[in-house]
Structure formats: C-alpha cells, structure tokens
Design a protein around this ligand. Structure first.
Ligand SMILES: *Cc1c(COP(=O)(O)O)cnc(C)c1O
Length: 462
C-alpha cells in the first residue's frame, strides 16, 4: 500500500514512513493511493468478533508488509488492553433508532485514545527494531495532547512535546498532560489559541533543518495512522446494528475532521453508511462550508466544547482532495487562498462533498439543554461535545435507518460545563480519582517559532 500527498509533490511513502512523518514535506497530508475494499461477506463475518479482531481485519490491508501478522495483532492487543470496558467501544441506546457509541473508555477518557494508543505501539515496534529515536511534537485543543502523552510516556525511543493554548483547556485536560513524571514527557503551555499552536507546529514541520535535526514526528490528527485507527469503530458499531444487511447513519462531533473522515473511509471500503453528519459548535466554519457558503475563517469563540473550537480544520484537506478528483494543484491553490482568509468550493467539488457529508450546528444553549434533556430521557450524562452530536443527530435522523452518535469524551473531562447544564457533578472513574492531587510539571512558552525550537533542542535526552 502506497501513500500520496494531497499537494502532489512530496515523495510517495509506505505505511511506516507515512505514519512516522505525519505531515508531508510539501505541506500536504498523506492518503492511501487506493482504498481497499471489504466485501459484504467479509463485513458480515465481523459479527460477534472482538473489537481487536475487527480492528485487525479492517486495518490490515492498509499496513502492507510493514508489520508481520503476528506483530500487528500484538500491537492491537497492547493498544486496547488498558481500556476500561471489555467491548472497547460499546453502544448504548438513547431512543428508538438512536444509539450512542461510547468512545471514552480509554486512559484519557476521549476517543483520541483509540488512535493514539495504537500509534504508540506502532511507533515502539517500528523504531525499536531499527534502534532509532524520534521527537514527537503535537498541538492540542485539549484531548489530543493528553492522549499522546499517555500513549508515549516512558517509551524508550521517543521524546514527546505537547503545545497547548495556555488557560484555554479544562483542568482535567491540563492535569492529564502535566502530571506524568516520566522524563520523556514535556507539556508546553503556549500563549495564544489552538490555531496558533497548530500554526507553530506546522512551522516546525516546514523548517526542514529543524525537522531533520531532531527527527520530528507528528501525531496530530493529520497522521494517517490515527485516521486509520478510527475507521474500526464505524465497522464494529455498524455490524452490531445489522450492517451490511442494512444502512447505518453516523453523527460526529467535529473539529479537525479526522473522526468523520474515518467514517468516510469506512464507507469507501464498502460499509453501507447512509448519512455522515458533521456536527459543529458555534465555531461552525465546516457547517457553513458544507451548506455552500465557502470556507472563510472567522474568529474562534471559546465554547463549552473546547475540542471543537477551531477555524482551520486540517483533515478537511483530505475531503477536498477527493472532492476535487485528487487534483493536487487545485488543493495547493485552495490552501494558498486559506492563508489569506478563505476560499470558495467549486460547484463540482461541492456536489461531491454534499453527496457524502451532511452537517448541522448546535449553539451553547442547545448544547446545555441537550445535556439536561438526555439525562432526563435516557439517564445518560453527556459531555458537551457528545451533546452537540446528539442535538444535531436528532434533526438529521431518518425513520428506519439507525443513527449512531459518537460520544467523543467522558463527561468527567468537562465537569464544570456538565454540572452547570445538568446540576450533576460527573465523577472521574476510580482509576484516575487522584488526578487533582498529583504534582504538575509544565513550561510556559511564547508564541514564537525560534524560542520554541530552542526550547525543544535544549530538552532532548539524546
Ligand atoms: C478531538 C475531539 C473532537 C473533534 O474530533 P476531530 O477528529 O478533530 O474532528 C470532538 N470531541 C472531542 C471530545 C475531541 O477530543
């Protein structure tokens, strides 16, 4: 399996190289050259299988000969062994025909653990046998960073640096990043918002001297390995609800477009997906774009669903690449226009996007109301991100087709917003009940490329 860049000029790579590099050297994102197909029979055969077995069958064709079958099975088993639920991604019924896919039973209580735990094990296996070392730098609006630190802490071949917007993430998110004491973990509180963190990260990747000098590797949601890991739970949940014999719809609380893009890949592989609904908060640039209004940046307004507070949705570039019939020069031009504030989508590309994606938004008030209402109607305490999904899904549901809403985080990760909306304080699961007592370790850094590079070089172990 070969991977090509959405901007057309970076080298073609295999799975391991694409995974270890993250962002392509031409600034683009890696995508598989072709999408492997699973037959209806193969999909039907997943019924009753463990999450790990389904993960193996869905991801194996993308990995090629980078790992042996036995290595890859070991990687998957170790990745999900620390989850707090035997089913890994259990379904819960909310209402007739409406299901919640609980993706928050991993070590940091958000869906990002599914991808990050897998990536951690894949990095360890790939680097360990070559005796090589890499520096992982990530930017986070909260959940990616904690998932990355949790996945890489204490791993021998990796230093991990995470940039987060100072003062703009929840205390639980921050503590999950600042309390691990392993010396290969570095939490950096940067002045600025998430888009600024993401911009400095991109700058570092585009500085080839630095990139090669510290052997930079990226694990942000643009990393193909992460998208791939997320394809699995679309299969496991759809099969549990009757696929491939019936169609299933999904609603996905969306920010960087990684999770929903994984659903699109599942559909392209042959899973009968009816609607894929992008749910946004008040930072609704994706909803506006998918409604035909072009992609034009505004100002990020902080919300009670901070992991979706973005203006630049990195993985959307992958969706655009397919919508523009994989014409890299068209993508290069759109991304140039984006630097100046935004772009309009051509009519043809818009048709393709709307054929695959529906969208909706929920206001802050609707989000809070949905948390309260769902607690009452289904005894389910939702995190604000998941509540946005549920609200938008209710508007987009069609009778006769099951709707699965992805619950992207545990309510205890956002206790203040959840308590304010519902009157109920969501307790942390027992395995992390002492989080508020653990000692924090964090460095405050300016929104400045040169200073960041200096700091990272100075901290490297080897
Ligand atoms: C990251 C995140 C999202 C957004 O997912 P994307 O893949 O970036 O679209 C939604 N909810 C939560 C809780 C998250 O952590």
């Amino acid at each position: 399996m070969r991977y090509i860049s959405t901007r057309g000029t970076a080298p073609v790579l295999n799975f391991e190289e694409a995974m270890l590099s993250g962002l392509a050297r031409d600034g683009g994102l890696y995508v598989p050259e072709t999408i492997p197909q699973l037959s209806a029979e193969e999909i039907a055969g997943m019924e009753g299988q463990s999450y790990e077995e389904i993960a193996y069958r869905v991801m194996r064709p993308f990995v090629g000969d980078v790992f042996t079958d036995a290595e890859f099975r070991g990687i998957i088993d170790r990745a999900y062994a620390g989850f707090g639920h035997a089913a890994r991604a259990p379904l819960k019924q909310l209402d007739q025909g409406h299901f919640l896919l609980e993706l928050f039973h991993g070590p940091t209580l958000a869906f990002k653990d599914f991808a990050m735990q897998l990536i951690g094990q894949m990095f360890q296996t790939a680097l360990g046998r070559k005796g090589e070392r890499v520096t992982i730098v990530g930017a986070t609006s909260g959940d990616t960073g904690s998932a990355a630190i949790e996945a890489f802490r204490g791993l021998e071949n990796v230093d991990v640096f995470i940039l987060f917007p100072h003062g703009r993430i929840s205390e639980v998110q921050r503590r999950q990043m600042t309390t691990p004491q392993e010396s290969n973990v570095h939490a950096l509180a940067m002045d600025g918002d998430f888009d600024a963190c993401q911009a400095r990260l991109k700058d570092m990747f585009n500085d080839f001297d630095f990139r090669d000098g510290v052997r930079l590797a990226g694990v942000n949601s643009i990393n193909w390995g992460r998208v791939l890991a997320q394809v699995v739970y679309y299969f496991s949940s759809a099969v549990a609800l009757g696929a491939p014999h019936r169609k299933i719809s999904f609603t996905v609380p969306t920010g960087n477009f990684g999770d929903i893009f994984a659903g699109y890949i599942a559909k392209r592989m042959g899973l009968p997906v009816d609607r894929l609904v992008v749910a946004t908060n008040q930072n609704d640039i994706l909803h506006r774009c998918l409604s035909g209004q072009g992609y034009h940046k505004g100002k990020t307004i902080p919300s009670i669903s901070p992991s979706m507070d973005i203006q630049i949705s990195s993985n959307f570039e992958r969706a655009l690449f397919d919508a523009y019939d994989r014409e890299a020069p068209a993508i290069v031009q759109l991304m140039d226009e984006l630097k100046e504030g935004g772009f309009d989508v051509s009519q043809g590309a818009m048709q393709v996007l709307q054929q695959h994606y529906a969208s909706g938004r929920a206001s802050e008030e609707e989000t809070a109301d949905t948390i309260a209402a769902t607690l009452k109607s289904a005894s389910e305490l939702l995190c604000p991100h998941s509540a946005i999904g549920v609200k938008v899904a209710e508007k987009q549901r069609v009778a006769g087709t099951p709707m699965v809403t992805l619950a992207t985080a545990h309510p205890a990760k956002f206790p203040a917003a959840v308590e304010e909306a519902s009157g109920v304080h969501p307790p942390l699961p027992a395995r992390m009940a002492d989080l508020y007592e653990r000692e924090e370790r964090v460095t405050r850094v300016p929104n400045d490329l040169a200073a960041l590079k200096e700091h990272i070089k100075g901290q490297l172990t080897a």
